[in-house]
Design a protein around this ligand. Structure first.
Ligand SMILES: NC(=O)c1ccc[n+]([C@@H]2O[C@H](COP(=O)([O-])OP(=O)(O)OC[C@H]3O[C@@H](n4cnc5c(N)ncnc54)[C@H](OP(=O)(O)O)[C@@H]3O)[C@@H](O)[C@H]2O)c1
Length: 252
């Protein structure tokens, strides 16, 4: 850390960095000194705004388009990141979708759509960066799961299953990647982003009522949890899931 910032000299790639939680993670890592590649799928204007904000604050950032569920596009976005900033040291697998807008949340089409983005979309970036990280002897990875993956929710069969898979993937692969690479998950509760913008107000109020801290979380509160796990402050932590849900879910 030549200039005292914990991510100085590091290259970070954040999937789904154009909006919501991913956007806050990009800003947080850049504030910590990382050079940040902001991945997005469709919203180029939003991704460009994140990049411009980081550069305006004196940081380094590029945008890299690509669908996390497509192996070729994942390879290309990582190659683009590396040609801009050098090898990926910090990977945040944040991109994700919910099934709530789907006509039939339990259809096979919805299942495939959610699984390919939320599960393949974590597996592919991790598998694409891991060999380089192992060869260099350094890698830090955080995957954004959800409390939906930790408990039964009849409204979230597909989404909850995909997030439970992320938690299990992190747990199972951590021993394969250690000691050079640490990989952990963050499981947020309800966070104020576009993902929950169309939620039924009664459901939203019910969730707030079930949250001991009595409110919805902010994206920067999840960014802070991710930054902690990526940093050397978490130097003996791997394979874990950190729940940030205002007390709505507690583990073990
Ligand atoms: N908000 C919550 O309450 C909550 C709670 C628990 C967990 N989470 C998880 O947190 C993560 C971020 O959620 P959010 O609320 O910030 O969502 P959001 O506001 O809807 O943003 C989603 C981000 O993911 C990107 N994305 C979606 N599909 C993609 C794909 N196939 N390839 C590449 N990028 C893709 C979007 O890119 P474009 O802008 O290009 O569309 C966008 O940047 C997700 O994994 C979500 O499941 C959210």
């Amino acid at each position: 850390m030549p200039d005292g910032q914990e991510f100085s000299g590091r290259t970070a790639l954040v999937t789904g960095g154009s909006r919501g939680i991913g956007r806050a993670i990009c800003a947080r890592l850049a504030a910590g000194g990382a050079r940040v590649a902001i991945n997005y799928r469709k919203e180029q204007v939003a991704a460009d705004a994140v990049r411009d904000e980081i550069i305006g604050a004196g940081g380094a950032a590029v945008t890299v388009a690509g669908d996390v569920s497509d192996p070729g596009q994942v390879k290309a976005m990582i190659a683009e990141t590396e040609s801009a900033f050098g090898p990926v040291d910090l990977l945040v697998c944040n991109a994700g979708i919910s099934a709530s807008g789907e006509a039939d949340p339990l259809s096979y089409d919805t299942w495939r759509k959610v699984m390919t983005v939320n599960v393949d979309g974590v597996f592919l970036p991790v598998m694409t960066v891991k060999d380089g990280m192992l060869a260099r002897g350094f890698g830090r990875i955080v995957c954004i799961a959800s409390i939906a993956g930790l408990r039964a929710r009849p409204m979230s069969v597909t989404y909850g299953t995909s997030k439970a898979a992320v938690i299990a993937f992190v747990r199972n692969i951590s021993g394969v990647l250690a000691p050079a690479i640490r990989i952990n998950a963050v499981a947020p509760g309800l966070i104020e982003t576009d993902m929950i913008a169309n939620m039924d107000p009664k459901r939203r109020d019910g969730m707030i009522g079930g949250t001991p801290m009595g409110r919805i979380g902010e994206p920067n509160e999840i960014a802070e949890a991710a930054a902690f796990l990526l940093s050397e402050r978490a130097s003996f932590t791997t394979g874990q899931t950190l729940v940030a849900s205002g007390g709505r879910v507690t583990i073990p």
